[in-house]
Design a protein around this ligand. Structure first.
Ligand SMILES: [Zn+2]
Ligand SMILES: [Zn+2]
Length: 247
């Protein structure tokens, strides 16, 4: 599987950066995990709309803002005869007002399904699993495996589901883990997010091969997240826009 980083910052993004987005390609199939502000600018149009399956892990704006651009692009390219099949969007049913706003968008060439941890998806050679996290809205972590390698994306979560996340990520080749906070911020337990150290604890206990930190405060140097995580787990990288990895 090939992974391309599209966005790494939240709750806003500064020049040269985008809000969360990760593109996984396996053969002809493409999975887009979240599409935060600006992330769609790193896709290739219309090529990447073909066989595109989008997962909105939760309906916070930093994770779904660009869905409207992708819907509109699908509409335009379809009208031009350059997109034969609709894009596919999986999203949580709640908050209901946002869910409805997205699926009722008239200028879109898209099919919609709701996300649930109660089913496994099969797309090409990939199997895709979901796990509910602890966050103020319905949120899912995502696991993608092609039988040879496995990528886990935590989405947003607090540390209260640490044990479930360790099980979910067990032995993964890559754990893409949110690390919104640094210990010096001092308020992870009331902020529904992880520190870099907590991300590293999950990576260590799940025995993943590599930890990719993401979901950074734009004001903080990424080196500080990496240094904090490395006190617990060695193989740490920080997500950077446009970087590609073969997993
Ligand atoms: Zn969130
Ligand atoms: Zn977020």
């Amino acid at each position: 599987m090939k992974l391309k980083v599209l966005g790494t910052q939240s709750p806003y993004n500064i020049a040269g950066h985008n809000s969360p987005g990760f593109l996984i390609t396996d053969g002809d199939e493409k999975l887009l995990l979240d599409c935060g502000s600006g992330s769609h600018s790193l896709l290739n149009f219309p090529r990447d709309l073909k066989n595109l399956v989008i997962f909105l892990t939760h309906l916070h704006r930093d994770h779904y803002n660009d869905i409207y651009n992708l819907q509109y692009a699908s509409h335009v390219f379809h009208n031009q005869g350059r997109l034969k099949n609709p894009i596919t969007v999986y999203l949580p049913k709640t908050p209901a007002s946002i869910y409805t706003d997205i699926i009722k968008e008239p200028n879109a060439y898209a099919e919609y399904y709701y996300l649930s941890h109660q089913y496994t998806l099969y797309i090409g050679d990939m199997r895709i699993y979901f796990m509910p996290t602890d966050h103020p809205v319905e949120t899912y972590a995502v696991k993608v495996t092609d039988g040879k390698s496995t990528i886990v994306y935590t989405s947003d979560t607090s540390f209260t589901v640490k044990d479930d996340m360790v099980k979910f990520a067990k032995g993964a080749d890559l754990l893409i883990c949110e690390s919104s906070l640094l210990k010096r911020h001092g308020f992870p337990e009331i902020n529904s997010h992880l520190t870099a150290e907590q991300a590293a604890i999950i990576a260590r206990d799940a025995r993943v091969k590599m930890l990719m930190l993401t979901h950074f405060w734009p004001e903080e140097p990424v080196e500080d997240y990496e240094a904090e995580a490395k006190t617990v787990f060695d193989n740490v990288v920080t997500a950077r826009e446009s970087e590609e990895f073969i997993i």
